[in-house]
Ligand binder design. Structure first.
Ligand SMILES: Nc1ncnc2c1ncn2[C@@H]1O[C@H](COP(=O)(O)OP(=O)(O)OP(=O)(O)O)[C@@H](O)[C@H]1O
Ligand SMILES: [Mg+2]
Length: 499
């Protein structure tokens, strides 16, 4: 019996669309279409009332009741408290994402075979919790998740592979929900990430919301009536608005027949200029984020060899125009801007490339810090590893105990850039018991290390006693499920009918 070649796939679990790719025997990646014959599967789930079927993809998107339709769940992956309740059952963002992944897995196994393992991509600025939630979603869907890779890294691999893009590259990824800007060096198939910046809630779905308001406004101007009467109607109009937006990337003026339950269809005319004007504030923010990314590395635009486009929203002509102005030459587009992340992830899954990344967040500890002027002490986030430090890395900071007779040294491990403890996440804690009767001012060294898999280890070392304690941070915050719970839920999801 011939050995079946192992099937490693890459999955882009996107805010608006998801896709799956594998590498053919000739070494080139290709998208595996879903069972509906589509290369991109809308990341939309519809909860059917009659047979309990969970529709995923276009059928869900075009499907009926907006109250039974879940979209853009990726935006909630870092929110452990969020759930949707349908027919009395609660679904977390992880479980909804698992339904999307299960559809991709099922369809792939019908077309090319059982998946052995998978690389799933996430935005570079996804935090620890959202990364963990993504791995869990994969496991719930019955997938063996080999690695999580940042979306721009995967896209860069694809550009390097297919377009021979080499040198210092800026990846501009404007998708459905997020903007990621990554500056990296590509040397053949090796990728060194220099920096990642981004905005979590800036993407095509925000443009859709703005366009809906614009359509409503034009409708009132042109027909003298209100189009959007309630939230329900607004959600129904979203799909139509997205289609209009895509047409406006090709046409200067579009005329849409838009319906309202109260007065049938009416016509509304929209120009590309008016749309681009309406989203100008958001586009300006993207330009500023690019400037900031360059600034942070002390680079001028002409020191970037290539600007490459990723994400469906980069098809908006204004986006390309702004980048052309900023860099003095047009960005490179591979055309399939919404597929290149999955294609790059497949390359990564097939044969691990050397990819050196940077940490996506700062890591620190809470410490009592005295203001140099007022001499008032307050608890602040003291950063040990700053964001964008190349990984793997290990960094230390020394602190002093603040009280006499301190017997328990507690180090709270933070993730986040802000100095104010209210705006950072506490992702772990180490407690070290030290001998009694010591004065304040004993030195304690905190060392954090960060490995290739974005895992953080922390060590606290008490200089005087020589005692130390070392922990690996398993993010066990709210919303992170223990193994047994994953097994149980995975068994349950196996029985759910997904189409
Ligand atoms: N021709 C077009 N003109 C304008 N926008 C477009 C066009 N084609 C696709 N889009 C938009 O691109 C977005 C989807 O892009 P993509 O599939 O790259 O995002 P995603 O991967 O789902 O999101 P993210 O990467 O933020 O998680 C949607 O908002 C879609 O409306
Ligand atoms: Mg994407």
């Amino acid at each position: 019996m011939a050995d079946r070649t192992a099937l490693h796939v890459g999955i882009d679990l996107g805010t608006s669309t998801s896709s799956l790719a594998h590498v053919r025997s000739d070494g080139n990646p290709e998208i595996v279409p879903n069972s509906d014959g589509e290369r991109l599967t809308p990341s939309v789930v519809f909860f059917d009332r009659y047979e309990g079927i969970k529709l995923v993809g276009s059928a869900a998107k075009d499907g009926g009741d907006p109250d039974r339709t879940v979209r853009h769940i990726k935006k909630k992956m870092d929110d452990p408290a969020f759930f949707v309740e349908i027919d009395g059952e609660k679904w977390t963002p992880t479980e909804i994402s698992a339904l999307i992944l299960a559809k991709l897995r099922k369809d792939c196994s019908k077309l090319i075979g059982q998946i052995d393992d998978v690389v799933i991509t996430v935005p570079a600025n996804f935090n620890e919790l959202a990364r963990k939630a993504t791995v869990t979603a994969g496991r719930l869907a019955g997938l063996s998740v080999k690695r999580i890779v940042n979306e721009p890294t995967a896209a860069a691999l694809y550009y390097a592979h297919t377009q021979s893009v080499q040198g210092r590259v800026l990846v501009y990824d404007l998708g459905g929900g997020t903007l990621d800007i990554t500056i990296l060096d590509i040397d053949r198939d090796n990728v060194d990430i220099l920096l990642s910046e981004g905005a979590r809630h800036l993407g095509g779905s925000d443009f859709d919301e703005i366009l809906i308001d614009l359509i409503g406004e034009k409708f009132r101007e042109q027909n003298g009536k209100d189009l959007i009467l309630d939230e329900h109607q607004r959600r129904r109009l979203l799909a139509a608005a997205e289609d209009t937006k895509k047409r406006l990337s090709k046409l200067n003026v579009v005329s849409e027949k838009i319906g309202s339950e109260d007065f049938g269809l009416a016509e509304v005319e929209l120009s590309r200029d008016s749309f681009e004007e309406a989203i100008r504030r958001l586009l300006t923010r993207t330009v500023m984020l690019v400037e900031q990314a360059l600034d942070n590395l002390g680079l001028q635009p002409n020191e970037i060899d290539h600007v490459v486009l990723v994400g469906g929203s980069t098809r908006i002509p204004k986006v390309q125009e702004l980048l052309t102005n900023q860099f003095g030459r047009p960005p490179i587009s591979c055309g399939n801007v919404d597929e290149c992340v999955a294609l790059g992830a497949a390359l990564f899954a097939q044969r691990a490339r050397r990819v050196s990344e940077v940490c996506n967040h700062s890591y620190g500890t809470l410490a009592l810090i005295e203001d140099a002027v007022t001499r008032e002490a307050s608890v602040q986030n003291s950063i040990v590893i700053p964001k964008n430090t190349p990984i793997p890395c290990s960094m230390s900071q020394t602190y002093m105990t603040s009280e006499d007779n301190e017997e328990l040294i507690e180090v709270e491990i933070t993730q986040g850039e802000d100095l104010d403890p209210r705006y950072v996440d506490i992702i772990g804690k180490i407690s070290l018991r030290v001998p009694p009767g010591r004065p304040a001012g004993c030195q304690v060294t905190v060392t954090y290390s960060y490995d290739e898999n974005q895992r953080v280890r922390a060590q606290v070392y008490d200089e005087e006693s020589g005692l130390r304690k070392d922990i690996s941070i398993e993010y066990k915050g709210d919303g992170v499920l223990p193994d047994e719970e994953i097994e149980r839920k995975s068994a349950y999801l196996k029985k759910v009918k997904i189409a």
